[in-house]
Design a protein around this ligand. Sequence first.
Ligand SMILES: [Fe+2]
Length: 216
Amino acid sequence: MSIAFNMPFGDFFEHYQEKKPLLLKGAVSEIEFSWKDVNDIYSNSDAASNDFKLSLNGIRPKSEYVESYLDIGILRHRLIKPVVYENLKNGATLIANKIKNSPKISHLSNQIATFTGRQVVSRAYLAFGYKDSFRCHWDTRDVFAIQLIGRKRWIIYEPSLEHPLYTQQSKDYEQHYPCPPNPYMDIILEPGDVFISPEAGGITPYHWERPPSILQ
Ligand SMILES: [Fe+2]
């Protein structure tokens, strides 16, 4: 799986990086990513850590979907799978942050790191149905969203707070900097599409992701 950025880095740096959003349709060639790869990402994640989250009308408490058990005297944690499945059926989003042990994800991340010359942290978002993954928000880092399976709608707004610092999370500032009324972009990502949303400047920190993913 290789990503075609379709422009020299100099052009990207001058026109898009930290400036405005960019949609690269069909940028990933020869997608080799299956539901087994998805399962591997989530089973290799530590469900008890803060890097693993279940979001449905806000982030759910661990006690709802993670249980502890004794493994020959060692305390371990595992997902309560029926609860996770029920949440996913109801439109939840399952998030694995700082993905490790996934050669395919590392391969994609490395290409972004090589192109931008920046550190990359990988996250997976899994969801079904038509519910919003998150309410309108901005991110305090550049986002390279790669659609690998299914489809996802993104609604992008112009920034209400220009150049937020990493400490200025939208949940703490949205009362004073509310989401603008009219979208700047309204797009549906399909497998192989890459959407680049800059963290600050020009155009987009505010985006609204919905529905999370639709199985084809
Ligand atoms: Fe976001």
